[in-house]
Design a protein around this ligand. Sequence first.
Ligand code: DQA
Length: 149
Amino acid sequence: MDILIINGPNLNLLGKREPEIYGNQSFEDYFSVLKEKFPNLNLHYFQSNSEGLLIDKLHEVGFSIDGIVLNAGAYTHTSIAIADAIAGIKTPVVEVHISNVYARESFRHHSYLSPHCAGCIIGFGLTGYDMAIRFFEDRQQSEKESVLV
Ligand code: DQA
């Protein structure tokens, strides 16, 4: 099973950026941990600070890959274009936020993306990515089991 994690703007600074909110670990380090945790999955990672490149990536993989884990950063709260891209592809998307956006500024309380996502995981730190991957793993297992019944 192929799963792509997509991180949006400023998430390349994880580990350095506001560590009191986002922690001390870089995403590259955490991604190595994830790959060790899920040796049977093909995990991929893409990060961009550019809205257009995030949309291009969703289009590129969104008809072939099994699952997308998306943290669109601040574009979550602004981007109708990314919302349209998620609505337009076939692959299910799980929205992840490291911080509990509902405990922060009110402009972070609205997501244009959530209505088009399979689900949202918010406020559990980097573990949220792990939880999203587990969702896809469990989903595939249930699909296999339902075929057997
Ligand atoms: C974030 C929350 C957003 O509001 C913020 O703009 C980010 C990170 C999170 O993971 O908590 O860049 O998506």
